[in-house]
Ligand binder design. Sequence first.
Ligand code: HEC
Ligand code: HEC
Ligand code: HEC
Ligand code: HEC
Length: 452
Amino acid sequence: MRARTPKSSTLLAVAAALLVAGCERPPIETAQQGYRGTGMVELANPRMVEASAELHAVPAPLPPAEAGGPTAGKTYQNVQVLGELSVGEFTRLMVAMTTWVSPQQGCAYCHAGADFASDSLYPKVVARRMLEMTRHINSDWKAHVANTGVTCYTCHRGQPVPAAVWFKDDSAERNIGSVGWRDHQNIGASSVGYTSLPYDPFSPFFADKGQIRVVGKTPLPPPSGQSIKQTEWTYGLMIHMSDSLGVNCTFCHNSRSFMSWDESSPKRTTAWHGIGMVGDLNRSYLEPLRGTYPAERLGPLGDAPKANCNTCHRGVSKPLNGVSMLEAHPELAPAGGAATPAPASSAASATLGSVLFKVGKSEISAESMKTVGEAIARLKDDGAMKVALSGFADRSGNPEQNLELAKNRAFAVRDALLAGGIAQDRIQLRKPEFAIAGANADSRRVDILPAE
Ligand code: HEC
Ligand code: HEC
Ligand code: HEC
Ligand code: HEC
């Protein structure tokens, strides 16, 4: 018995050494993010930060070009986006794009031989749309990218294909062998931090407009409550967001209540706009390029490569550590970097949005929740603003019941605003009315109107 003691203690020591070998060596630095005692603290290891410094370094900007002189639109044959630039500015941008996207391949990645006007190579056609997308991000999504903005380099980092793109993929469902239907779970995929959560948290929220809020607002689940399954998609998304930004949940939330906006940090609002932006980029720009790419660029289900938070962030809370490359390239922000209204405020002027309902229903659909979310964001941006909720009913069927329904719909919108952290005294309820129009979707609505 005695003889075995040293052996087992050696074994123990080896086992313990192996266990901690997977941990990070100190020092660990902490930075307080929220109020004391809320545990809203970020951890960072300076050694790890240094090791990834090169990825976040910014290439030196090119010397400015001469403005004035003939425009590119007048000088060249096939310039559809950058026509208003001077020839000097245009050439400078072509050189910059080459270093950002295809430094190894050079101009030839997009241009076939000396015929610069030809659109025969697909990367040129994609690049033209990318120019439009980059301008759209910088002028219409300031609520997320601020004046820091993005250039091609933010996503591409000297590669034609950004390191972080995603596709729809159901291979895990098809190659299941005897395991049975996994319903996208228990794969241990890197996309969700090797947890058992659904491995594709992107399709529901970055391609479709899925409902992210899952916390119940009543003690018992209402009939339309979010399922456990739904909750798992939300948690998968949250892990992707935390991973991409290199932060903990507490960067955005006070984990005492993941739902409460009042206890969240302002970064959560930035992130909320980020979710909207990524979906917009995928739906309006990246997925529609599907027909332009050669087959080998498409995913296993034939969809186009798409963006997520990591496409820009690459592990830090501000891409390229917050350095603005846009300053040296104002042509990529058509408004010249001046403050343009955030998307939420440009969406509607008189109203903060109309929440539409299905026939006979007073539950807010996932689609309509977006309108409510936009209203919440505006109310958060402007703390003095108050709103009035005005429910409308159509005249088809029983008018009494319809008015009752309109009232319940207004209550549902009020509850959603409250749940979004808007104080009760900022929300007024108006008497429900009959809509002027007949029985159509527009008459089954609640208007969110600015009020005194
Ligand atoms: C990543 C793709 C890409 C790279 C690399 C690239 N270009 Fe272009 N180039 C474009 C796109 C897109 C247009 C069309 C822009 C538009 O429609 O506004 C264009 C247009 C041009 C035109 C105008 C041709 C005409 O008559 O319509 C010239 C000249 C040109 N590029 C030169 C260059 C040079 C020189 C280089 C290398 C230093 C280069 N480009 C690298 C994408 C690229
Ligand atoms: C929000 C991130 C983002 C920005 C900003 C961006 N791109 Fe892209 N780009 C992508 C994604 C995602 C793809 C798809 C990758 C693939 O082709 O597999 C792509 C593809 C491309 C391709 C096709 C590459 C290939 O061989 O398939 C070119 C060329 C390109 N981008 C040029 C540009 C240029 C030029 C700019 C700046 C004007 C730019 N991109 C800005 C994300 C971005
Ligand atoms: C970068 C900011 C950010 C980080 C980090 C983050 N979240 Fe979130 N979280 C959000 C935003 C924004 C929403 C609301 C999305 C919406 O309503 O469209 C949200 C919503 C949620 C919800 C749903 C709340 C409700 O009202 O139903 C839960 C639960 C949640 N997060 C959990 C987490 C967890 C767990 C982590 C860490 C793994 C995390 N979050 C990390 C920004 C963040
Ligand atoms: C097109 C590139 C791009 C994409 C995609 C993107 N972001 Fe950002 N994000 C930025 C830029 C640029 C900034 C810096 C803005 C600034 O300087 O204030 C930023 C800032 C942030 C911040 C504020 C960080 C801080 O320290 O104040 C949060 C939070 C954030 N992003 C979350 C997200 C989330 C979550 C996603 C995915 C849903 C996402 N971002 C996708 C470009 C992007």
